[in-house]
Design a protein around this ligand. Structure first.
Ligand SMILES: Nc1ncnc2c1ncn2[C@@H]1O[C@H](COP(=O)(O)OP(=O)(O)OP(=O)(O)O)[C@@H](O)[C@H]1O
Length: 277
């Protein structure tokens, strides 16, 4: 095969389908489309993330990355004909709290924390959702001192220790630096003992040291706990360093997928990024 033919074969592979079928994936979707009025935010996307994999989703602003995560975790209902799978189960018709209790954890770009509460209360409230499927009843439940509260407390304390948040446990969240707040968000996502973590720009706005810490915690969770990670991230250096596979979105669709070194060297991907970031 000539060098040109080899390059063509490689380029075609990057534009192929999922490497695991969505039905067999830890998290996956098939033919997912989401329209908001006249805007097609996600356009016929297939995704398959294998158990224990670390996958990054990249793409310019407005490419549909966050919308796709919101569909995977059940926050948005996609258009008819779209299918979402979690550990082999079709969960398209299942609500967000069902998916949260069956293995999906999620962090938020905009940090949806209870800012006037302390770190421990924030994580305990999420933990209580395991028994009570909505946030309000979970908050009430947390206050009633039932038997399971001691067990939940022990579990939450372990998470805080793991993420080096122990010293901040009684600190009001709004007074903490962004890097620590993002770690509290991560702690909350771990409170329901997920198999799959969806991370929406978990390193956005962080200093170099804070980013380094976040990468260290995510790497430990991935390698030691075997968590499957799906991460939206703009920093291509971080993406290439940590993820096993990478997906590039543009205008709602997937334009390339594969190992990060191959995807980032692809001329079509380079073109999408030129002048965008
Ligand atoms: N709730 C909504 N209502 C209407 N339009 C929306 C909504 N959410 C997203 N969109 C639109 O869908 C498109 C995709 O947005 P989305 O936030 O998913 O992109 P993104 O790739 O995550 O961008 P960014 O990197 O800026 O976060 C955009 O045109 C956006 O304006």
């Amino acid at each position: 095969m000539s060098a040109d033919q080899e390059a063509e074969t490689r380029a075609a592979a990057l534009r192929g389908g999922t490497h695991v079928s969505p039905e067999d994936a830890a998290i996956g979707c098939r033919n997912v489309t989401k329209t908001f009025g006249s805007i097609t935010a996600v356009d016929d996307v297939d995704l398959g993330v294998a158990d224990g994999e670390w996958v990054s989703i990249v793409g310019p602003n407005g490419a549909g990355k966050t919308t796709l995560l919101n569909i995977l975790n059940g926050f948005y209902t996609p258009d008819a004909g779209s299918e979402v799978f979690l550990n082999g189960e079709e969960v398209s018709g299942r609500p967000e709290h069902y998916r949260a209790r069956h293995g999906i954890g999620r962090t938020f770009q905009g940090l949806e924390l209870f800012e006037s509460e302390d770190v421990l209360e924030n994580v305990m409230t999420t933990r209580a959702v395991a028994e009570r499927p909505n946030v309000l009843s979970a908050m009430l439940y947390y206050g009633t001192g039932r038997k399971t509260e001691a067990e939940n407390m022990r579990f939450v304390e372990e998470i805080l220790d793991y993420l080096e948040l122990w010293e901040h446990r009684h600190t009001t969240v709004s007074t903490l630096p962004l890097g620590v707040q993002r770690r509290v968000d991560l702690a909350r996502s771990l409170a329901l003992e997920p198999d799959v973590l969806l991370l929406d720009e978990a390193m956005s706005g962080l200093t170099f040291d804070e980013k380094y810490d976040m990468i260290r915690f995510l790497t430990d969770l991935h390698e030691e706990e075997g968590l499957t990670l799906v991460m939206i991230e703009h920093d291509l250096e971080v993406v290439t360093a940590v993820s096993e596979r990478m997906i590039v979105m543009q205008k709602g669709g997937v334009i390339a997928r594969g190992p990060p070194e191959e995807v980032t060297n692809d001329p079509e991907v380079a073109r999408v990024y030129t002048g965008v970031e």
